[in-house]
Design a protein. Structure first.
Lengths: 223, 430
């Protein structure tokens, strides 16, 4: 889902609060939303592109809101999905994706680890998305542990970071705590930047986990 | 012997005040094999960096930032060194491996390699280069590396650092040699710091222009001529014309950091003059400002901490210079008698000063330069106004401006639309 300015001046380029999305972008990406209904596409095809791309119109505002929900979810998954890599070059993690953005998240990890097989278990629908070295994506309705074992078969043994004896989580927690400058604490800004579900975790202010309990699960509880 | 975890705890804490770090991408999509052509490559920098966590002060924590060693031959008065009970070091392998482990967990986007100076600047720089070589050639890491140039490091080491890193920074700390001598008397302002910044610029530009020439001869691609222009071209005021110039090496350029409030009597004007000079002379990409915080046990332990507001005002003014193309002399008009920026948003102060003499701005007639002088109108809204006018659109009311992103709350006092402007209390006074 891109909103790039083309090299030539786009005659339909909106001068507006938000650029809006072209018909092509909307048709490609609206189906990703969990509450997508086909009549949305019919509306997109009916409405002139000038109105579609101008967020001043009520319909375009609705489309932009839908597109933002989709992009926010995939961005959050890229930001906050914590992964592990086993000795067979399989990188795995857990996501919670309501919308159909698994492919975008898989491509992100594939760009960073092109020689690995990436497996992401979606807690929301119980499916595991897989992307291989060639970039081929598929989804299996299997638990993460099974998928990781299956993908690890027939792959060479490459030991990653064997001499780091303690858990990665401990490593990150230590690093994270070391970076805090108490004199610069800004709880309001902090709350604005982190996802809502993190702020409601135990230990945070007002911290009693109210949402889906599986948010608190550690990665190895899925294996 | 402390464990790796203990080293991260101590050396991470020691590095936290160095805020010269961001999630900048290095835009190397054009040159994907910049650091080798291995099929085992890891990491990418083609898209802008993603922030994987936020500290309680709201700062994005996207880079692995821990000193390589906290042993240092200098004893700068503002530095944490004075409060260090334990002097420890990583080894290059340990440092690189720890980072790769964190990278595999998707908790960091890149690495910020920095250090105290143990034995000599060259010795420590060699160790840091060992880390970079391990990352690039053993782990095939193609992602973001920010390399801290140590004051006094030799040119040949910097050359190698430039070819292997995405961004390099040299901390200036103070605006001139007198103020630096006050807070870090062992450092030579001209030779240790400014000279290194000049070298970085020269090496980068020379290398990139040579590489582009070779590629031009091979490919005969007009794009490369344009890219050469991007690397060299300057604006009228002497700043680089293109911030992101798509250079083959050190695409994210060089940055620097100042400690604000450590030196007595150092004013905002002194700092702004220095950064203006650096933008013009050494192609600085951007400056960072770190408010002075007294460290227990240091010679400045009893000095009052500098306010965050001052740091914020400097950032706002830096933005006006870099993005809004304000001139330094224009900023001088709004300074207080002491030479500091006044309380509040510098752009509003400037607008109050400017519009007093030049009258209100009519969005149907003003140029781009005049539009971005209005608080509440930034480069994007200004371009939108210009584009709409090109399509014969006329702004008849405030709502027209609101719909294109203008913040009317801030812009209203300085606008005149269709002959009408905001009514103030003064209109009712005799």
């Amino acid at each position: 889902m891109t909103n790039k300015k083309s090299d030539c001046q786009d005659p339909l380029e909106v001068i507006g609060r938000a650029k809006g999305y072209s018909r092509k972008e909307l048709i490609m990406n609206l189906p990703r939303h969990s509450k997508f209904a086909f009549n949305l596409i019919q509306q997109v095809e009916k409405i002139p592109e000038e109105f579609l791309r101008n967020s001043g119109s009520p319909m375009a505002k609705k489309f932009i809101r839908i597109m933002r929900e989709i992009s926010l979810e995939s961005y959050r998954a890229m930001q906050f999905t914590r992964t592990e890599i086993n000795n067979r070059g399989v990188l795995y993690g857990v996501v919670s994706l309501k919308h159909r953005v698994m492919d975008r998240v898989l491509h992100y990890f594939h760009g960073r680890w092109p020689q690995c097989v990436i497996c992401l278990y979606n807690e929301y629908n119980g499916q595991t998305g897989i992307i291989n070295e060639k970039g081929t994506i598929r989804e299996l309705k299997l638990p993460l542990k099974e998928v990781v074992e299956k993908m690890s078969e027939n792959r060479p043994d490459i030991t990653y970071f064997e001499d780091i004896k303690f858990s990665g989580e401990k490593l990150f927690k230590t690093l994270y705590n070391s970076q805090n400058i108490i004199e610069r604490e800004n709880p309001r800004y902090f709350k604005k930047m982190i996802p809502d579900y993190c702020y409601k975790l135990p230990g945070m202010k007002n911290g009693v986990e109210k949402r889906n309990k599986s948010r608190n699960k550690k990665l190895n509880e899925f294996l | 012997m402390p464990s790796t975890l203990e080293k991260i705890r101590i050396l991470g804490e020691n590095s936290k005040y160095d805020i010269c770090a961001s999630t900048a991408s290095s835009r190397t999509k054009k040159y994907p094999n910049l650091f080798g052509n291995s099929i085992n490559r890891v990491g990418a920098t083609a898209t802008a960096g993603i922030c994987h966590s936020y500290t309680p002060d709201g700062r994005c924590m996207s880079l692995f930032k821990a000193l390589y060693t906290n042993k240092c031959i200098y004893s700068c008065k503002y530095c944490f060194i004075h409060s260090c009970k334990q002097r420890i070091s990583f080894t290059p392998e340990e440092y690189a491996r720890t980072f790769m482990k964190l990278y595999s967990m998707n908790v960091v986007e890149g690495i910020f390699i920095t250090s105290g100076i143990c034995r000599s600047a060259d010795d420590t720089t060699e160790d840091l280069l060992d880390v970079v070589r391990l990352l690039r050639f053993k782990y095939h890491f193609q992602g973001y590396i920010h390399f801290k140039c140590l004051p006094g490091a030799s040119q040949h080491l910097l050359k190698e650092a430039i070819t292997l890193s995405d961004r390099i920074s040299v901390n200036t700390e103070a605006s001139n040699k007198e103020y630096l001598a006050e807070i870090a008397e062992q450092k030579d302002f001209e030779n240790d710091i400014i000279m290194r910044q000049r070298w970085l610029k020269q090496i980068r530009v020379k290398h990139n222009v040579e590489i582009l020439k070779i590629m031009k001869d091979m490919k005969q691609d007009n794009q490369l001529e344009f890219q050469e222009k991007m690397i060299k071209d300057k604006r009228q005021d002497g700043y680089k014309k293109f911030r992101w110039d798509g250079a083959p090496i050190l695409n994210s350029g060089q940055t620097t950091q100042f400690v604000v409030g450590a030196a007595e009597n150092e004013t905002d004007w002194d700092l702004l003059k220095r950064i203006d000079w650096q933008y013009k002379e050494v192609d600085l990409r951007r400056a960072y400002f770190s408010s002075f915080i007294p460290i227990k046990g240091s010679p400045l332990a009893n000095k009052k901490a500098e306010s965050m507001e001052r740091e914020n005002r400097l950032y706002q003014t830096d933005w006006l210079l870099r993005i809004y193309h304000y001139k330094l002399n224009e900023i001088k008009d709004i300074l207080t008698e002491e030479g500091n920026l006044p309380q509040g948003d510098p752009k509003i102060h400037f607008a109050q000063h400017n519009f007093r003499d030049h009258g209100l701005t009519d969005p149907n007639q003003a140029s781009y330069k005049e539009l971005i002088r209005v608080p509440g109108i930034g480069p994007i809204s200004a371009k939108r106004i210009i584009n709409l006018r090109a399509q014969k659109f006329e702004f008849k009311s405030r709502e027209d401006l609101k719909s294109i992103g203008v913040v009317l709350k801030r812009a209203d006092p300085y606008l005149k639309i269709n002959g009408r402007n905001q009514t103030t209390l003064l209109n009712f006074c005799n």
